[in-house]
Design a protein around this ligand. Structure first.
Ligand code: FMN
Ligand code: ADP
Length: 250
């Protein structure tokens, strides 16, 4: 049984971006798990159905921890739902050149996830569980979620205790944030925000809201607007349309 993994790198991959076979895609509506994430770990995870007819790569991918981007279409009733776009102005002939393309009600967040059997809990069914690196003010069961999985962090482990599992997951979150907060790993055509707790690539070169990164262990938010990673899958899915359903898919 494992203790928290010692001395592992806090940043993964070349600054230029993911390498083969990444990025991988996955999507579905958020379903319930065993209810342990929030209650036992303090780390909620949004589960997606594991279905190899929809997601052919999933049966051959190693169980373990992955990181990337989650795009979620929250229902209008959700407290974190983005405001609807303003109606087009009569006077505005062409959009301003800096305008970002519409995201069709989806918002893109950094995420870290586990695919596997959770050996600490000895699950018998393989699950895919996403911890979105964002503080939500309500659950979003039933919401449509799309994933762009950018890389692999580590294999899943059994642990000597809950504290060791939590410590490793918390470090996975650091790895995901630091790895994603680089233009080569950020989605193109959409603004994303990543909370970071130190310098990335030598300096925090995006817009920083709040305190300077790394000061006194406090976190800063790096806003990335110049991402290079092709991410149409997240923000302009071809089959978009239809009603945005409320929680639980109702
Ligand atoms: C980033 C991340 C890493 C994880 N690593 C492990 C692991 O190494 N071993 C393990 O048994 N479970 C691991 N888990 C799964 C948690 O045990 C799981 O999220 C928890 O059991 C909650 O499950 P539930 O949502 O079904 O209630 C990980 C989860 C996340 C989000
Ligand atoms: N940051 C977050 N990341 C993932 N899920 C979140 C987050 N914040 C709130 N949630 C909600 O919490 C649910 C997961 O809670 P959890 O206690 O792990 O239960 P379950 O076992 O049903 O997945 C998600 O389905 C989602 O609706």
């Amino acid at each position: 049984m494992a203790s928290p993994t010692p001395n592992r790198p806090s940043i993964i991959g070349d600054p230029s971006g993911p390498s083969d076979p990444y990025p991988l895609h996955m999507s579905g509506r958020v379903i319930s798990g065993f209810g342990r994430g929030s209650k036992e770990l303090g780390i909620p995870t949004a589960n997606l159905p594991v279905d190899d007819t929809q997601t052919p790569w999933i049966s051959s991918t190693p169980s373990g921890v992955y990181f990337g981007w989650a795009s979620i279409r929250l229902p209008p009733s959700h407290p974190d739902s983005p405001p609807p776009p303003p109606p087009p102005s009569q006077n505005e002939a062409t959009p301003t050149p800096t305008a970002l393309p519409p995201t069709n009600g989806f918002t893109v967040y950094p995420m870290v996830m586990s695919i596997g059997y959770n050996p600490f809990y000895k699950n018998t069914v393989r699950s895919a569980e996403v911890h979105v690196l964002h503080k939500f003010h309500a659950d979003f069961y039933g919401a449509e979620m799309r994933l762009l999985i950018a890389g692999y962090v580590r294999k899943e482990l059994d642990y000597s205790g809950l504290e060791a599992l939590i410590a490793d997951i918390n470090f996975d979150c650091v790895v995901a944030r630091r790895s994603l907060a680089r233009d080569g790993w950020a989605p193109r055509g959409v603004e994303v925000a990543v909370e970071i707790d130190g310098e990335v690539d030598g300096e925090v070169d995006g817009e920083v809201d709040g305190v300077a990164a790394g000061e006194g262990g406090e976190k800063a938010v790096k806003v990335l607007r110049d991402g290079k990673l092709e991410a149409d899958w997240l923000i302009r899915p071809s089959e978009l349309g239809g009603e945005v359903e409320d929680a639980e898919g109702k």
